[in-house]
Design a protein around this ligand. Sequence first.
Ligand SMILES: Nc1nc2c(c(=O)[nH]1)N(C=O)[C@@H](CNc1ccc(C(=O)N[C@@H](CCC(=O)O)C(=O)O)cc1)CN2
Length: 424
Amino acid sequence: MTPTIFALSSGMPPAGIGVVRISGPQAGDVIAALTARPLPQPRRATLRPLIDPRDGRLLDEALVLWFPGPATATGEDLAEFHVHGGRAVIAAVLDCLARQPGLRAAEAGEFTRRALLNGRIDLIEAEALGDLLGAETEAQRRHALMMHDGALSRAVERWQATLLALSARLEAVLDFSDEDDVGDGVDIGGDLRVLRTELDTWLNRPRAERLKDGLRVVLAGPPNAGKSSLFNALLGRDAAIVSDIAGTTRDMIEAPVQLGGHAFVLIDVAGLRDDSGDVIEAIGIDRARRAVAAADVVLWLGDPGEAPEGALRIGAQSDRISHGSDIDLRLSAHTGEGLEELIAWLVARAAELSPRADEAGLNARQAVLISEARDAIALAGSESDPLLQAESLRASRQAFDALTGRAGAEAMLDALFGAFCIGK
Ligand SMILES: Nc1nc2c(c(=O)[nH]1)N(C=O)[C@@H](CNc1ccc(C(=O)N[C@@H](CCC(=O)O)C(=O)O)cc1)CN2
């Protein structure tokens, strides 16, 4: 029999409440054993004393929930004890559960893994749940929730249905091609083109990783231009050393920061100059040049005529230097002039480069599989032999099965759920 699993699903104690979840065939028996009462009404929070069945001692007064399967989050019988969130309370309840027959502690992500195995969610939704738990910005949260709600899963279901219908038409031709009343072939070229176009639309959108990794913003310019002051001002703390000495920043400093609900990585680099004469600083300058090349956004604090292409030209230290008209933004980290405007510009740029709030973006795994499916569909469109066409459509269906987890890739599941918290 499937083991029944349990775990603390809420945060680290001590906390106000601790939610202990139990999933599996013994969940109902566990409620009966620990409350010494009949099961509460399904899906109704009910106050009950929790009693250790070994010695009849009171463990806690708890809210008890009983969710009979299969219409539950895991697809199994599910119980929840909402106990007082103290360390000793939770330790006592978990210890008592560990001694119940057929029960064992859950592994990381095991509740979600069971939801997947029981078909309650697909692999895309499970991935999205992981992203939701890890979300630190508004943009990440919104995107994860959209995916968890099935934005991509529903599209994949539709594509699968289309492919199945087209495959069925091809099979009919293959089965009856020696009979006179079925023509020589079927024209599925139009349908394949429509499908391919839709997949290309998804593939061409900004990727989901963009939301997680954040926009890479490099602060570049000659030494002593005020890069580190701006870096600190954007971070709201003194992370980089600021001095009047040219060449103070010799290595790169990276710091993640959240602005306007988007994730950014700010990168302060050594000032660019050709004649530093200092070996260490020269290495820093070389790194700075590479960082500028790899940046999503370059903030240029220096002669606007020398700004890298596409950089935002900032007239820095505007409280003591007057700038010409060929700059994009006057800024003083000292007085705060222009800082709000710069932040608004960065947030707008992040929104432009990230998946839109109403359009899901693919992660790397999803993009690889959708692109495989797309190529197989393109190949089917270029074939005229229905046998070869059918083979290509099968390959695209397989790619979609891997996408939703129907074609179980065990290694992928271990990697995904291993990164979850215990109790999820
Ligand atoms: N206490 C508690 N809070 C929680 C969860 C939980 O499991 N327990 N969740 C878990 O992560 C999330 C809510 N997700 C849930 C998803 C599905 C079902 C569920 O029972 N679904 C059934 C019945 C739906 C219904 O009656 O409306 C179904 O989908 O068939 C419950 C919670 C967030 N908050």
